[in-house]
Design a protein around this ligand. Structure first.
Ligand code: KE4
Length: 425
């Protein structure tokens, strides 16, 4: 019995499902989750001492590679001066300045402790700013686990959604419209049906929670135009794509500026930091300035901020993102070549430091197309790679991540291992 199995059965006695976040339980791929003992650079080691090349990277934060010495040192130096004060610190100003100077649409920012807090707060702010209740989200996009966002599309596209979680009363999601990603006509129809009644659109400007799905031509531009025309707030949920898809997130890649942006993951560098921000005239409605209440005991705590601020500064290294993008593309192309050689229906895509792997012939443009992937084959691929020391996301519906520590040799090693696994699929 491996230590992973021992730990998993022991964990399950005191922690629901043995994990503190559901995707970690391997439910969609089967098998025993690996309990990580330590991580360094591109690698993680499990409880049995087995080493893996890691492409989860804590679901995005480990963009520099795990345990970067400068980040660890910054955390240690902050910690000896105290962990949290519940009072303002200079470091919070520095990370706020670092964020707003990098994100083209952000004039002001408020720190929180998770992506969920960021999106929940941004939606409340959009409702408070507009005085409207209805919100639009897209099927397959995940924005954290706030009640009003745990919704799947209703029967008719323009009817209101149904909860995706028990414990969410219908009243809590009655104002949430769920539309198809990339379906701009449906968004136009929603505004036509509910003129002056839609507070905001929240969207992953590149989706990473239905696997990687990019916006179609004109989709983001169309959302921007519709929100401007109807006085609705456009929220880019860049929790995953912020400082990951590129040095200025998707808004930097596209030049399309949202009214509000939510961030987390990279800006904490592995420590709990989230943020929401954007137009100063909207942020002026947040307490203590305005009537939209939002708060957090550990928001902006100096230890988490030290990790995030050091990470952001290290990302400024010349050529960092060019190399990161090259590595992701090298992985995607190499896996595609191996799959083709083995006659496996497979495609892959990448943008910046994130990638998507799909067991279908073509790169998907919607959740429906992602759902046509061969998930059974994905499971066998996932475990074949895991047994050979490569740790991909334990779900066919998640994006993957490379870091600055994934050099060309590590990518080539991964591609070579995949050749063996595809051949056995
Ligand atoms: P957190 O509350 O988990 O920090 O962030 C929620 C969130 C919000 N918005 C986007 C675009 C996100 O990707 C996330 C969280 N992403 C998942 C990965 N698919 C976190 C992994 C997990 O749930 O354990």
């Amino acid at each position: 019995m491996s230590r992973n199995s021992d730990l998993f059965s022991r964990a399950s006695k005191t922690i629901p499902g043995g994990v503190n976040s559901p995707v970690r339980a391997f439910r969609s791929v089967g098998g025993t989750p690996r309990f990580i003992q330590r991580a360094q650079g591109a690698h993680i080691w499990d409880a049995d001492g087995k080493r893996y090349i890691d492409y989860v990277g804590s679901w995005g934060p480990a963009i520099l590679g795990h345990a970067h010495p400068d980040v660890i040192r910054a955390v240690q130096e902050a910690a000896v001066n105290g962990l949290s004060f519940g009072a303002p610190t200079e470091a919070e100003i520095e990370i706020a300045e670092a964020i707003v100077s990098r994100m083209p649409s952000m004039e002001q920012v408020r720190l929180v402790s998770s992506g969920t807090e960021a999106t929940m707060s941004a939606i409340r702010l959009a409702r408070g700013f507009t005085g409207r209740s209805r919100i639009i989200k897209f099927e397959g996009c995940y924005h954290g686990h706030a009640d009003s966002l745990l919704v799947k599309a209703g029967s008719g596209m323009l009817t209101f959604g149904n909860p995706t979680s028990s414990g969410v009363p219908a009243e809590f999601i009655q104002h949430t419209l769920v539309l198809d990603y990339n379906d701009l006509d449906a968004v136009g129809a929603a505004f036509a049906k509910y003129p002056d009644d839609i507070a905001c659109i929240i969207v992953e400007p590149i989706a990473g929670n239905m696997n990687l799905v990019k916006p179609g031509p004109g989709f983001l531009e169309g959302l921007r135009e519709l929100c401007t025309r109807h006085g609705a707030v456009l929220i880019f949920d860049e929790v995953m794509t912020g400082f990951r898809a590129g040095p200025q997130g998707v808004q930097g890649l596209t030049g399309i500026l949202p009214d509000l942006t939510t961030l987390a993951k990279v800006i904490g560098g592995g420590m709990p930091v989230g943020a929401f921000g954007g137009r100063a005239d909207i942020m002026a409605h947040i307490a203590p300035l305005g009537g939209v209440y939002q708060a957090g005991t550990l928001s902006g705590n100096p230890v988490a901020v030290a990790a995030g601020l050091t990470t952001l500064r290290l990302l400024d290294r010349p050529g960092f993102y060019d190399t990161l993008s090259e590595r992701s593309a090298q992985l995607a192309q190499g896996l595609q070549a191996q799959a083709r050689a083995a006659g496996i229906a497979f495609s892959a895509d990448s943008v910046g430091g994130m990638f998507g792997l799909y067991f279908r012939d073509t790169v998907p443009t919607s959740l429906a197309e992602v759902s046509e992937s061969d998930t059974e084959r994905f499971k066998r691929f996932f475990h074949g790679m895991l047994e050979r020391g490569v740790h991909f996301a334990p779900s066919a519906f998640e994006a993957g991540f490379v870091s600055g520590a994934h050099d060309a040799a590590i990518i080539e090693e991964t591609i070579a291992i995949a050749g063996e696994v595809f051949a056995a699929l």
